[in-house]
Ligand binder design. Structure first.
Ligand code: BGC
Length: 714
């Protein structure tokens, strides 16, 4: 008896509960927490950075011992680097708590795919999920089990460069793509050796930036917050997102990173979410700039008491939390609750059992068979054909093509902001792709001009090449650095040096296709009349020019549709399809320009032609509608049907149209497909109040698909 008892005790001593892989995670968390000193707990609540933040806005490089909770590693792509640091955390610290490494793998780690704004134009969440799972595998095998993605900020002003990082202007669209990417990153179990923890960001309201400026205050009514900005977060949390990042902005006067309402009441209590909240970079320290704290100590006090678990980069928690606890300004319970969430994440990721990713070669981690095909297909389906007067497709033998513009022989600007770790040799330039598609002898190249500046000396050569050609393909756009964080522009127009190049080429009388690479909607009112066809490629990632070449030749039938409105002119922004009803719909128009956008939400052309039938109610319970779509062309084509609703009379003034469902299907030439929308009345017809409660009112509702309308009465 006595011997057995001693044995049990010594066995338990040898393997503490938190190290027992088969014990329940919550028990392991509590056991570990009970063994930690206050100092050890606070160390877990900090994240520092190694290397330079990819967007160049933040320079890191703190060298703090590996007892900290987390590191951002901007340079590591090799597990051996990570393993060296992890070994120190596991073997040289008292409790052996693994470090959590994180990185902004926003649209790919090495196998980079289109920017998120482009991804949503594919209307293919399954494909986005696949791309995110490639990213997860590459990241985890490189030793980084956490990405700061997806960004789900609703963006309605293209001047805000971060619109490139999200899924556009519509809450439903952002919700669907948020859930898809969370599934792709996390799979069913984040302890899997090829999965990573997602981080939905930037919570909350960051996209409601005034005049497109970054980091500025936002003013969002409570009803709009719940109606427009919260749904993607709810969707991400329902999909199991492991972490959330708090944002830089103040919202209605309170910094989002120090808001007890948003961080604790909504996320942790109302949603009952048990994940971990990390601040955005320096967001705690920046409370001082925001006038919400007198010094960094007060910043730490406000943020931690609001429910912010981990402090990114600025070390305010590291420097001040212990003192704040000693002074009684921060309770140990508050610290414990944050540390509990951090440890829970580390246990869920399986880091205690498998802190070291296997040592593999780059060939074993990156660009595995099948990966390129996924990112290529995503780039093809993200491209949006904005105009076609019949010139496209050119066919495989269109004669000589004059390929002109600053984008043609360019690698990095095809990638976009937060570009991950692609190698130049991974990226197919437009020049390369056209030469592969049409044969090198058929492609004449001239740069014409740079992205900006006044140098027009290249125009003459461009015009000469155009004259020798049968068709001009003009490749204009934005540098990667023009969008993304702090990528703010006062106008959505391309610089005049690029626009004028188009005017010069137009004078040759040659048919002209405009290819656009950019990270925001553009002002195209001057360029549009010059082009016979316009293809929006966004920033497509490593597939680069290949999708464009395929679409122009006709090898690929375009199917992308816009997830963000293209204004006619910058003066119209913010402009978005789901604006609320006005008091005088017949008035209130611009005097100098049209009030209509250039291209509206959900717009995009195909080489196939589709004919829509009428909307039919096919079932009352559940309330289900159907519409048939016939491909009347001789080309197979993918078509996305967008189902909108309208509530013409409501207690809350609602938008003219609200997207509630979409579906993309292949419709074979000459065939008809049925598209279905099964309505959940509260979810799809209801509205939210200022606390997020959903109501359904009796009355008439409209179902809208393109120009078709069906009215139902509840
Ligand atoms: C950005 C975040 C990013 C973080 C870490 C910040 O500057 O706003 O989106 O995840 O840096 O790199």
């Amino acid at each position: 008896m006595i011997i057995a008892a001693i044995l049990t005790v010594s066995c338990q001593d040898a393997v503490p509960l938190y190290k027992q892989a088969d014990a329940p995670i919550e028990k392991r968390v509590e056991d570990l927490l009970s063994r930690m000193t206050l100092e050890e707990k606070i160390l877990q609540m900090n994240q520092v950075t190694l290397g330079t933040n990819l967007n160049q806005n933040n320079i890191g490089g703190e060298q703090v011992e590996p007892v900290l909770g987390s590191y951002i590693t901007y340079t590591a792509t090799d597990p051996t680097e990570i393993n060296q640091m992890q070994k120190r955390a596991m073997e040289e610290t008292r409790l052996g708590i693994p470090v959590l490494f994180g990185f902004d793998a926003i649209h790919g780690f090495r196998t980079v795919y289109p920017i998120p704004l482009a991804q949503s134009c594919s209307w293919n969440p399954e494909l986005v999920e696949k791309a995110c799972s490639i990213c997860a595998r590459e990241s985890r095998l490189s030793g980084i089990p956490w990405t700061f993605s997806p960004m789900v900020d609703i963006a309605r002003d293209g001047r805000w460069g971060r619109c490139a990082e999200g899924y556009g202007e519509d809450p439903y669209t952002a919700s669907v793509f948020c859930a898809a990417s969370v599934r792709g990153y996390q799979g069913d179990d984040i302890s899997d050796s090829t999965k990573i923890a997602a981080c939905i960001k930037h919570y909350i309201g960051y996209g409601a930036s005034e005049a497109g400026r970054d980091y500025v205050p936002t003013e969002i009514s409570s009803q709009t917050l719940w109606d427009t900005y919260m749904p993607p977060y709810q969707a991400g949390i329902e999909a199991g997102a492991a972490t959330v990042m708090s944002s830089f902005n103040t919202i209605n006067g309170t910094p989002a990173s120090a808001s007890p309402y948003h961080l604790t009441q909504v996320l942790k209590e109302q949603f009952g979410w048990d994940g971990m909240i990390v601040s955005d970079w320096d967001a705690v320290k920046q409370l001082v700039y925001q006038g919400a704290a007198a010094d960094h100590k007060e910043s730490a006090w406000r943020a931690v008491n609001a429910g912010l678990d981990m402090d990114m980069a600025d070390l305010c928690y590291f420097n001040h939390l212990e003192q704040l606890v000693k002074e009684g300004k921060v309770g140990e319970k508050t610290i414990d609750e944050s540390v509990r969430r951090i440890l829970r994440l580390k246990f869920r990721l399986g880091l205690f059992e498998n802190p070291y990713p296997p040592v593999t070669t780059a060939e074993e981690r990156f660009n595995l068979p099948g990966d390129f095909e996924v990112v290529e297909q995503l780039a093809e389906e993200s491209s949006v054909l904005l105009k076609n007067n019949g010139l496209l497709p050119l066919g495989s033998k269109p004669g000589k093509i004059a390929l002109i513009g600053p984008m043609v022989d360019n690698y990095w600007d095809l990638i976009g902001s937060w570009g991950g770790h692609p190698l130049a040799e991974d990226i197919i330039t437009i020049k390369q792709a056209f030469s592969d598609e049409f044969g090198p002898a058929n492609v004449l190249y001239a740069k014409g001009c740079d992205f900006e500046g006044d140098d027009r000396s290249g125009y003459a050569e461009a015009v000469a090449k155009a004259r020798q050609a049968d068709v001009v393909v003009l490749c204009l756009g934005e540098k990667s650095s023009w969008s993304g964080e702090n990528g703010i522009r006062s106008t959505l127009a391309l610089p005049s040096v690029q626009e004028q190049l188009a005017f010069e080429l137009k004078k040759t009388g040659k048919p002209m296709v405009l290819l656009l690479n950019n990270g925001r909607p553009l002002e195209l009112c001057r360029l549009e009349p010059l082009a016979d066809a316009i293809l929006e490629l966004w920033q497509p990632g490593i597939a680069g020019g290949k999708p464009a070449a395929g679409i122009l030749s006709g090898r690929v039938n375009p199917s992308g549709k816009l997830s963000i409105t293209f204004p006619y002119a910058t003066g119209q922004v913010p402009i978005y399809y789901n604006r609320r009803r006005t008091s005088r719909p017949f008035m209130g128009f611009y005097q100098d320009i049209t009030s209509d956008p250039m291209y509206e939400f959900a717009y995009g052309l195909s080489y196939s032609t589709f004919e829509y039938g009428d909307i039919r109610e096919v079932c009352e319970r559940p309330l289900t509608f159907e519409i048939s779509v016939t491909n009347t062309s001789s080309l197979d084509g993918l078509e996305t049907v967008h189902w909108f609703i309208c509530d013409p009379v409501s207690t809350v003034t609602r938008p003219y149209k609200e997207l509630k469902f979409f579906e993309k299907k292949l419709i074979r030439a000459g065939k008809t497909e049925q598209f279905r929308f099964e309505v959940d009345p509260l979810r799809d017809f209801g509205y939210v109040d200022e606390s997020g409660r959903r109501y359904l009112e009796k009355g008439k509702y409209q179902i809208l698909v393109k120009d078709k309308l069906f009215e139902v009465e509840l």
